[in-house]
Design a protein around this ligand. Structure first.
Ligand code: C2E
Ligand code: MG
Ligand code: MG
Length: 747
């Protein structure tokens, strides 16, 4: 091997290998020379020639060109750019000099120093055109450079497809194919379905619409048929508007569909491909060449864009899912908070009032527990649809989770405006919803918080929440606006909730007992157990308050079971001294627990109280939870022999209709408000009506809250069976009650 075949130091570079492979086949002697003159390779023809002038195995050659000042300086050829002809000298390390006539040109590669391709000429060949080798070398070089460049550019596109913005990728893709194929124009068009329309989303025309005129027909064809298109400039091509393309100066066009998630997402098209420039598929195709080099740049880029479309689609789907409530399709909590934030910001700028309305369905649990979660879901979807339909343009209706929705309203004038808007949403919820054949009336309690200042989103939601709880306390289907008192109220409730837990654990709760008298005989037929809580700092807390807290904080089961157990144990003791029953108040929530009936049975067994002595007082609101669960529980309790009493009759919704459906109710307790309104024509008429109705159904009637003799008399006149009230006996502790029962037996 001669020394000039070897590239000193670092071995042949990619460029040297590529060019060397090309020149090796040439019959013309060619040297590959570095810019400093170092000869790094000679083709067989050159070696043969130089062998003629004595080649030594260990001697390096340098090509000395005229005008070279020093070894670091680039020779004329490198700077010149084109082909250089002239005389040069090959200098051996021994000092021997061989004059040669050369034609040379420099090839550049991004990553390495320029390489000079020097063709050695014998004096007789000097006049020959040097183009043969040069063209061959140029073609090989271009191919190798194109392959590298193409690889790099496609890698860059793939990177964009994985991480970049879609718009950047589309622009880069169009630029890349136009560049790699030497096309005058590249476009990416989006195919929209129903009806099919084509929208150019990226183009290399640089805003020159004259260039793109008529080009639309190419993506239109590909987009509608889903097949690639190759046009070689024929004047007659029914698929496209060939005339416009020709008028725009295009001689050919190639387009391929871009698949995105299984269907044509768009079209990648190139126009006016330089057929001489590339050996790529489309270029080869438009030039009519038989060679089919694969893969085609167009296909590759279309695949890359397709992958990005897929990725973006997946991302959008994920984003959509992460911001949407899957059940109702409404914005979820995250999106709702986002919307509240921007609404408040807009309100600040516009100087208008923004409202956050927290909508909580009343007693929704009963639907879930009673009819099952599927029914609950159906109801939630129905409510979501109604809320969305009731919304004004610009309002956001979102689901926070469970039975909680939020509405964000902008551009309100004032509080009244906000409350009026909330009432519209409340009305929207109220219409009966048909769920599994049950017509359910759902109501919502709505808390409204408004702001005209920069209140943090969380704080605004919290205020709406506080107002919502107050709305709930006022009754079902109410709207409440957050005010300053709410803040203190909320704090108190929170404190009480923790204290109640402690009280339940350490049994600081007690039961008070209030007797119920037979109006005709004056006998005590039963005793009602009423929970009492003496709070260490606040004093006595009303059961209405702490029962509501227990219900809301999941403590009602423990509270209820404790009351039931204590009352039954006490009543079991009383059986020895009196023929008396016990009445225990039961929360609607307890009744809906699947294990409630068995819990009652267990308590009866544990305390030894005869089942006929126990009565459960259920407030009217339970009936709104008119569910299979409630129905079954009541029927089963009735079958066991437990009395069911409907408490506070008349205080809420009319439950009389339920008498037909529930032939298990043993007694009505007329709400205190009617008794206390007596004497008076209207209340007396109402009480009489309730009594007659109840008797028609064989139901006993209790008048509670009797505070005066007059009230007692009127009650007796109405035909009422039993009476309870401060005038007869106030609630008292167990010991006092025991004494009372003992005295009466004695007396
Ligand atoms: P309720 O079941 O309707 O009980 C009757 C309420 O009226 C009791 O109030 C009683 O003290 C009061 N009352 C009795 N006679 C008169 C009277 O002549 N005049 C007036 N103004 N009031 C009278 P209390 O003890 O404050 O209980 C309020 C409510 O709290 C009860 O109404 C009941 O719904 C609920 N409650 C009490 N204890 C329990 C319990 O252990 N569990 C459940 N779930 N609720 C309970
Ligand atoms: Mg009661
Ligand atoms: Mg009552």
């Amino acid at each position: 091997m001669t020394s000039i075949e070897r590239e000193p130091e670092d071995g042949p570079t990619a460029l040297v290998r590529a060019v060397g492979a090309a020149v090796d086949r040439s019959a013309v002697p060619v040297l590959l020379v570095r810019a400093d003159g170092r000869v790094v390779r000679a083709n067989p023809a050159a070696r043969h020639r130089l062998g003629d002038v004595a080649v030594s195995a260990d001697r390096a050659w340098t090509l000395e060109l005229p005008g070279r000042a020093g070894p670091q300086d680039s020779p004329t050829i490198v700077r010149a750019g084109g082909t250089w002809f002239g005389r040069a000298e090959l200098v051996q390390s021994t000092g021997e000099r061989v004059p040669v006539s050369t034609s040379a040109f420099a090839v550049h590669d991004r990553d390495e120093d320029p390489l000079i391709v020097a063709t050695l000429r014998t004096p007789e060949l000097t006049l020959d055109p040097p183009c043969g080798v040069a063209d061959e070398v140029q073609a090989v070089l271009r191919a190798s450079r194109d392959a590298d460049e193409r690889h790099d550019l496609l890698a860059e596109l793939s990177r964009l497809a994985l991480r970049g913005r879609m718009a950047d990728l589309l622009a880069a893709s169009a630029d890349t194919v136009a560049y790699l194929l030497g096309a005058r124009l590249a476009t990416i068009s989006r195919v929209h379905a129903d009806p099919t329309t084509i929208e150019t989303v990226a183009t290399t025309d640089g805003g020159d619409s004259a260039l793109t005129r008529g080009s639309d027909t190419v993506p239109a064809f590909v987009g509608t048929t889903g097949t690639p298109l190759l046009w070689r400039g024929e004047t007659l091509d029914h698929r496209i508007d060939a005339e416009s393309l020709r008028n725009a100066g295009f001689e050919n066009a190639v387009a391929v569909p871009i698949e995105g998630g299984g269907r044509p997402w768009g079209v990648l098209a190139v126009f006016g491909v330089d057929v001489g420039r590339s050996t790529d598929g489309p270029a080869a195709a438009v030039s009519g060449s038989d060679a089919v080099p694969e893969p085609s740049i167009l296909d590759e880029v279309a695949d890359i864009v397709g992958a990005a479309v897929h990725r973006v689609g997946v991302e959008r789907e994920l984003r959509y899912r992460s911001l949407r409530d899957p059940l109702t399709g409404l914005p979820n909590r995250a999106l709702a908070h986002d919307r509240i934030g921007s609404a408040v910001e807009r309100g600040l700028v516009a100087g208008s009032c923004t409202a956050v309305m927290l909508i909580d369905l009343d007693d929704f649990k009963s639907i879930n527990d009673g009819l099952g979660h599927e029914a609950g879901d159906t109801a939630l979807v129905a409510v979501a649809t109604r809320l969305a339909r009731a919304s004004r343009p610009g309002d956001t209706v979102a689901r926070l989770g469970g039975d909680e929705f939020v509405v964000v309203c902008e551009n309100l004038r004032d509080e009244d405006d906000a409350v009026a808007a909330a009432a519209v949403y409340g009305d929207a919820v109220r219409a009966p919803v048909s769920v599994e054949g049950n017509d359910l009336v759902i109501t919502a309690s709505i808390g409204v918080a408004i702001t005209t200042t920069d209140v943090p989103v969380n704080e605004l939601v919290r205020r709406a929440d506080v107002a919502m709880y107050r709305a709930k306390e006022t009754g079902r289907g109410h709207v409440a606006l957050f005010d300053r008192d709410d803040r203190d109220h909320r704090r108190l409730q929170l404190a009480l909730s923790a204290d109640l837990r402690a009280a339940l654990e350490s049994r600081y709760l007690t039961l008070a007992y209030q007797p119920i008298f037979d109006i005709g005989t004056g006998r005590i037929t039963a005793v009602e157990a009423l929970a009492r809580w003496e709070h260490p700092t606040l004093g006595s807390v009303s059961p209405e308050t702490f029962v509501a807290i227990a219900e809301r904080t999941g403590q009602i089961d423990r509270l209820g079971l404790w009351a039931l157990h204590s009352a039954c144990r006490q009543a079991a003791e009383w059986q020895a001294i009196a023929d008396v029953g016990v009445r225990v108040n039961v929360s609607a929530l307890q009744l809906r627990r699947p294990g409630f009936v068995s819990a009652v049975a267990r308590v009866l067994a544990e305390t030894g109280l005869p089942v006929g002595r126990l009565g459960l007082e259920i407030t009217e609101t339970v009936w709104l939870a008119d569910t299979a669960q409630v129905r079954d529980a009541l029927t089963e309790l009735h079958r066991m022999g437990v009395s069911i009493l409907l408490d506070d009759l008349g205080s809420g919704h009319s439950s009389v209709t339920y008498l037909n459906r529930y032939p298990v109710i043993e007694a009505f307790k007329i709400d205190q408000s009617y008794i206390q309104a007596m004497p008076g024509k209207r209340p007396e008429a109402i009480v009489s009506a309730i009594v007659s109705l109840a008797h028609a159904f064989d139901v006993t009637v209790v008048g509670e809250g009797v505070e005066t003799q007059a009230q007692f008399d009127r009650l007796r006149d109405s035909g009422c069976d039993l009476a309870q009230g401060f005038w007869l006996a106030e609630p008292t502790d167990a010991a006092t009650m025991t004494d009372m029962l003992r005295e009466r037996r004695a007396g």
